[in-house]
Ligand binder design. Structure first.
Ligand code: GLU
Length: 552
């Protein structure tokens, strides 16, 4: 009996690996094209850090004319949730990041290098495990959980590294006959990798992001095929990324310490190893310290959060690129109108330590992104959002023509309005343009410098009776507010007001504020001239009169 017989006994039906090598040939891509992937477990939940990795991977693939694929790593069946793949596929879609290949729904996929769901690749893993078994580079291990636990305890007491290695790797030294005997007797077993490594030797690894790192060689005989016949992450990673012809593995830096093992697996399997880029996690300030964004503690860790809040996907992506490459910010300043795809992203310029998550900055980017949209886009996107998350807003937006006018205020010009950072802001930002909302809360107006009812009413009356003409152009309109200020004894210029303290009680700006507050119930709005145009004469007059009435 030799290794070959043992391999045949364990995996009698497994194919020769040459079958798979031919079935999944080298990809025919231009020189330098990066083939990379996003490889989540199907828990349905996408962490913002996962989206960050996927964005980086997709960006470099696109930039080089390569391929970005979605592989679902479902070999840990305990962690599965129902419709877990759909959640991931939809999240990528929400961010306009659908993969070129891989899973596109719970059960469907596209591309020639599949299946892209690991649980459907059992035969493939077994073929490669058989290949290792045949060469004596893997072996069945019959140790029970109790035995392993006992070994661990002994190692702890002796203050040794824990794990299955060297003299502790009991099954490593069984003879082929003994192994075959146990299998025939129906004993449970897993398949372990027979590591050729030595802990006292170092390997050098050059990570694209982390740079040069030294590690001791791997000497652990890790499990490659579990008792349920499915592979472990490590083995599946080597087999899949080889057969899917991945050139770059871009993943979380929690895997950095597994690199020695992974390189060894590639070596023993006879594969060319991919390049690795290990991404640092996104961090958060917490009580003076820094910690990883946590699924449990931070709602913003889930990508669904951004969708629910209505933070535009473009803003989230732009923000993530900002933290990925520090040169992005200057590029954006110099190229405010370019698409993010045009940015020359550099994988090797990513920061070695974790970037701090900054919601204020993200919302600020949201404002800029939305300010560049047309009224029509703002309308469509806020309506889409409202249909899912805010019925009242959806109802307000039913009158499309009017909504377009409202969103069109101060938009499309050089300095567009920048008051909306996310779709959840929209209602609050436009509600005063809707009479039922406006009249619903007219009591407590935040009048400012000019706050005496009498003066307010006087201004409003004068305005309606003497100065307001719907047909005025903007200059005439403003000249009239100035004239009104003069008539009331207020300074006609802010400068003049400041130069002569004590001479005036208020200035033209304060008069405008009175009009603005009476019209909108706010002190801060986009351009008042445009607001008046959209409201139209009758509604303007009615709003001002209502205030006069309330003051009397
Ligand atoms: N399934 C692994 C994870 O979610 C993937 C790591 C990788 O990208 O290789 O952490």
């Amino acid at each position: 009996m030799d290794y070959k017989d043992l391999a045949n006994l364990i995996f009698p039906d497994a194919k020769e690996i040459s079958y798979y090598e031919e079935k999944y040939p080298e990809r025919n891509l231009p020189e330098g094209a990066i083939v990379t992937r996003f490889a989540p477990s199907p828990t349905g939940f996408v962490h913002i850090g996962g989206l960050y990795q996927a964005l980086v991977a997709r960006t470099v693939a696109k930039k080089t004319g390569g391929v970005f694929f979605l592989r679902v790593e479902d070999t840990d069946q305990k962690r599965e949730v129902e419709n877990g793949i759909t959640g991931i596929v939809n999240s990528l879609k929400d961010f306009d990041m659908a993969p070129d290949e891989g899973m596109i729904s719970e059960t469907e996929e596209i591309g020639n290098y599949g299946p892209y769901k690991q649980s459907l690749r059992k035969d493939i893993y077994q073929a490669y495990a058989k290949y290792l078994l045949e060469q004596g580079k893997a072996y069945p291990c019959f140790c029970t959980p109790e035995e392993l636990e006992e070994t661990r305890k002994k190692q702890e007491i002796a203050k040794l590294r824990t794990g299955y290695y060297g003299v502790w790797a009991k099954c490593r030294n069984l003879s082929v006959e003994e192994m075959a005997e146990k299998i025939k007797n129906g004993e449970n077993y897993v398949i372990r990798f027979k590591s050729p490594g030595r802990e006292d030797r170092k390997i050098k690894h050059k990570d694209i992001i982390k740079g040069n790192v030294d590690f001791p060689e791997n000497d652990l005989d890790i499990i490659i095929i579990k008792a349920d016949g499915l592979p472990t992450y490590h083995f599946a990673h080597a087999v899949d990324d080889h057969l899917m012809r991945t050139t770059h593995v871009i993943r979380s830096d929690e895997w950095l310490s597994s690199v020695p093992l992974h390189l060894q697996l590639f070596q023993e399997l006879g594969f060319k190893a991919p390049k690795y880029a290990h991404i640092s996690p996104i961090m958060k300030n917490d009580n003076g310290g820094k910690r990883k964004l946590s699924k449990r503690k931070d709602p913003e860790a889930a990508v669904d959060y951004y969708k629910k809040e209505g933070i535009p996907a473009e803003a989230v992506k732009e923000y993530l690129l900002n933290i990925a490459n520090s040169s992005f910010e200057n590029w954006r300043k110099a190229n405010p109108d370019k698409e993010i795809e045009e940015f020359d992203f550099q994988l090797n310029k990513m920061s070695v330590s974790g970037a701090l998550f900054d919601m204020i900055k993200l919302l600020d980017i949201g404002k800029t992104v939305i300010s560049k949209m047309t009224a029509e886009e703002v309308y469509e996107k806020s309506l889409d959002w409202a249909k899912q998350y805010d019925e009242e807003l959806a109802e307000m937006l039913k009158a499309k023509e009017y909504a377009l006018k409202v969103f069109g205020i101060e938009r499309g010009n050089k300095k567009p309005r920048k008051d909306i950072s996310k779709w959840a802001d929209v209602k609050q930002n436009i509600e005063y343009m809707y009479d039922d909302k406006f009249y619903g809360k007219t009591q407590d107006y935040p009048y400012q410098v000019i706050s005496e009812k009498e003066n307010i009413s006087k201004i409003l009356k004068l305005y309606i009776e003497k100065y307001y003409d719907e047909k005025d152009d903007k200059q005439t309109w403003f000249d009239k507010i100035k004239a009104l200020s003069v008539e009331m004894g207020y300074a006609v210029e802010v400068k003049e007001f400041k130069a002569n303290p004590g001479k005036y009680k208020a200035h033209v700006g304060d008069v405008s504020t009175v009009l603005r507050v009476a019209l909108t119930s706010r002190t801060n709005t986009p351009d008042m001239y445009e607001i008046m145009k959209v409201l139209g004469k009758d509604r303007v007059v009615k709003r001002l009169e209502k205030q006069i009435e309330a003051n009397s």
